[in-house]
Design a protein around this ligand. Structure first.
Ligand code: PLP
Length: 429
């Protein structure tokens, strides 16, 4: 099958003249190197004019679907009244903070920023201020943004597991030294580390489900051990729910798991694709960020009316009971369908996911942490996705990436996806 990408390539060549590498975020170049010119509902359209069912979803934000009319209308109405004023507070900021306090179990107070990286940066600063300690713990496979304290040990080569694996040149070595990296879901190693060094640890930060390596579910006893031991040693527990918040339920995954952290970071889905993030948590910790408190929390665009209006509209739609029912039911059908298809073709695979998130690893289980995922057949994983793209289904053709279903996806989209998956799995075998 010929798959013309000449129009995309021509645009990309032009980008290369003015933008280093042609993109504004490191992880946006893949093969096929398509340029998209339109996004609407469950679909994205490339420069060649082809339509794709979109499961990449810009790494997760458009939970209602792209360019959702109710969200866009609320943004437009807000902008007709006010853009950025940058002094005091807006009424819609208060309404949104109230909604978050209502829904997120750990949220007594909320502050807004623009990106998830800013939110996790502030969470760690608050933890250091509150404890007077320097070190933090993160887990292999979790991503929390681009800043020095956390940009390490995400998708690491096998030889880097158990060692520091910084994600960029130019990171401060002192900051990197202060971050300890542990295996996810490993109660024993976590317990040993805390018993030995707990009095130097300011914070433990994690993705409750490490979605940056697909979907590795946490063992309930692991989450409970994190909660119990951090409490015992006066360590701030941070759940980074930038992906899971509002995607896995109105209360985030903490609402599902029934474990409440001290601080929570939110981003992505709760503003359906408009730039907005939040740090929320316990009253005493959040008080550090208040004017007059000892933590400096600021940003020209913090609480921008565009993102805030989008988030209010998005959460109101997610509050309708049928919203999660629709997405989760399509997710269940997708996972069941993929399981049946891979079994039918005798392909070694594990279909993983939760709610509206799904993916197929090309390996057998069990999968408890990143080390297990080294067994994934990367060539097959990427080849499968490239072939799906040629059939009008867009899943990011990069190892371990997850897929997202939105409220705009329909039964017909799922049926078409499974039909394509069946054909591609047959070819792959
Ligand atoms: C769990 C998690 N935390 C934080 C971030 C950083 O968010 P942003 O890219 O908005 O800075 C991401 C981004 O992918 C993420 O997945």
């Amino acid at each position: 099958m010929s798959f013309d990408t000449s129009k995309s390539q021509a645009i990309f060549e032009k980008a290369l003249k003015y933008i280093p590498g042609g993109v504004s975020s490191t992880n946006r170049v893949t093969s096929p190197n398509l340029v998209f010119t339109k996004s609407q509902g469950a679909y994205i359209y490339d420069a060649e004019g082809r339509r794709y069912i979109d499961y990449h979803a810009g790494f997760g934000p458009p939970i209602l679907g792209h360019a959702h009319p109710e969200v866009n209308r609320r943004v437009a109405e807000t902008l007709s009244q006010m853009d950025l004023v940058g002094i005091g507070v807006s009424e819609i900021e208060i309404q949104l903070a109230q909604k978050i306090v209502q829904h997120i179990p750990s949220a007594d107070k909320v502050m807004f920023s623009n990106s998830g990286s800013e939110a996790t940066y502030y969470a760690l600063r608050v933890a250091r201020a509150a404890t007077g300690r320097q070190k933090i713990i993160k887990f292999q496979g979790c991503y929390h943004g681009w800043h020095d304290a956390v940009l390490m040990n995400i998708i690491s080569p096998a030889e880097k597991i158990g060692k520091k694996d910084p994600g960029s040149a130019g990171m401060s070595s002192g900051v990197v030294d202060d971050t300890l990296v542990l295996p996810f879901n490993d109660v024993e190693e976590f317990t040993e580390t805390i018993e030995a060094e707990g009095n130097q640890i300011a914070a433990v930060i994690l993705e409750m489900i490490p979605h940056n390596i697909g979907c590795v579910l946490p063992r309930p006893e692991f989450l409970q051990a994190l909660r119990n031991l951090t409490q015992k040693h006066g360590i701030v527990l941070i759940f980074d729910e930038v992906i899971t918040g509002f995607r896995h339920g109105l209360g985030g995954y903490q609402g599902v798991a029934g474990v409440t952290p001290d601080l929570t970071t939110l981003g992505k889905a709760f503003a359906n694709g408009y730039p907005l993030a939040a740090l929320c948590g316990k009253e005493d910790l959040m008080a550090h960020c208040a004017p007059g408190g000892d933590v400096f929390f600021a940003g020209t665009y913090n609480g921008h009316p565009v993102g805030v209006a989008a988030a209010l509209a998005t959460i109101e739609i997610l509050e309708r009971p049928e919203s999660y029912t629709h997405m989760f039911s399509l997710g269940d059908q997708m996972r069941a369908g993929l399981k049946e298809i891979t079994a039918r073709h005798g392909i070694e695979a594990t279909v993983a996911g939760f709610g509206s998130v799904f993916l197929t690893y090309f390996m057998s289980g069990p999968i408890n942490n990143y080390t297990d995922l080294l067994r994934n057949d990367v060539d097959k994983f990427v080849a499968y996705r490239r072939k799906m793209i040629e059939r009008g289904i867009y899943k990011l053709p990069v190892n371990l990436k997850r897929n997202h279903i939105s409220l705009s996806h329909t039964q017909a989209d799922i049926d078409q996806t499974l039909e394509a998956a069946n054909a591609v799995m047959k070819e792959l075998n």
